[in-house]
Design a protein around this ligand. Structure first.
Ligand SMILES: Nc1ncnc2c1ncn2[C@@H]1O[C@H](COP(=O)(O)OP(=O)(O)OP(=O)(O)O)[C@@H](O)[C@H]1O
Length: 313
């Protein structure tokens, strides 16, 4: 079963093409949704929810066609929108059980579920307090609780850690990992905080300018590039850098660490040989592991270069 499947999805706001023929298919799991400001992330989430109707193309969620079965799809999705979307006059319990009723639960069941999920997100003690008196971190938890109350199969989280202090953020991330383990739900996490995705997700969607640049497993995206190494030497890094460059490597320096691309067909031994022949000592050589941040920037740059090439052709 595919979690989401989009085929040629186009969404316009007047003249602006916010989604430009998006086609992708992702398996159930924990998925990070990444893209620069204005990339189309919120538009994509709202399209999955059926809150926005595409101008062209088809959207399936959990194998259900969103256009044909909007209520069935909506009943299976929990949505934590971006921003401070709570009703300050309501208690956490009233707010969460109201969300349960809006998901179609009978009132008694909605209240029962609201108690459970508020305990789960750590608001058990505070559940009779009005949301207006909550801290930012507590409001985020209440918003997560309302997304969970309907026992969703897919949870859409739009910037769930924004405004949280480091401890609140770690606790929210722990919940994002724990929820799928407990309930089997999938999660789509839209965020600008890439380390949050690295900590919690196993798949990634990268979008920019309304186009999908990558959709699939996280591991290949951050896999180390063949022929690129992280090197540290004893003594002045610039002397080692020069020696490696003279030998044909492409080297960039970051503090005392060198990022070294060896010529094609060579491996780490080449770095050691160059160091020995130039009288330099090397203390550390390892394949360069990419952070998601670096992989993300490279993905955007590659797409930018391809677009520029296409425009000049
Ligand atoms: N209701 C709207 N009317 C007109 N333009 C809109 C509307 N909503 C979004 N847009 C535009 O569509 C594009 C995609 O917006 P969207 O909010 O989906 O991006 P995003 O990736 O979520 O951005 P951010 O990271 O800044 O939240 C942007 O250029 C935005 O200005």
């Amino acid at each position: 079963m595919a979690l989401i499947e989009l085929e040629g999805v186009e969404k316009r706001y007047g003249e602006l093409r916010a989604l430009k023929g998006v086609t992708l298919k992702l398996e159930p799991g924990r998925i990070g949704l990444l893209g620069p400001n204005g990339a189309g992330k919120s538009t994509l989430l709202k399209t999955l929810l059926g809150l926005l109707t595409p101008d062209h193309g088809s959207v399936k969620v959990l194998d259900l066609d969103v256009a044909r079965s909007p209520f069935e799809v909506r009943a299976r999705i929990g949505y934590m929108p971006e921003g401070d979307s709570v009703i300050p006059e309501l208690t956490a319990l009233q707010f969460t059980s109201l969300a349960g009723e809006l998901c179609g639960l009978p009132k008694r069941e909605a209240i029962g579920r609201a108690h459970q999920v508020l305990h789960y997100v750590g608001l058990g003690e505070a559940r009779y307090r009005k949301l207006g008196s909550f801290s930012t971190g507590m409001r985020q938890r209440a918003r997560l609780a309302q997304a969970l109350v309907g026992d969703p199969k897919l949870l859409l989280l739009d910037e769930p850690t924004s405004g949280l202090d480091p401890r609140g953020r770690d606790e929210m991330l722990a919940l994002i990992v724990d929820i799928p383990q407990r309930t089997g739900a999938s999660v789509i996490l839209s965020t600008h905080i890439l380390p949050d995705v690295e900590k919690t997700c196993d798949q990634v969607m990268v979008i920019a300018g309304g186009e999908v640049l990558y959709a699939g497993a996280l591991a290949p995206l951050v896999a180390s590039e063949e022929g690129v190494f992280e090197v540290r030497g004893k003594g002045e890094p610039d002397s080692l850098k020069t020696a490696l460059e003279v030998g044909g490597c492409v080297v960039t320096r970051d503090g005392s660490t060198l990022e070294v691309r060896v010529p094609s067909g060579k491996d780490a031994r080449f770095i050691l040989e160059l160091a020995i022949t130039s009288g330099q000592q090397v203390r550390h050589v390892a394949p360069l592991t990419k952070t998601l941040e670096r992989a993300f920037i490279q993905t955007l740059e590659k797409a930018g270069a391809a677009a520029a090439e296409g425009a000049s052709a």
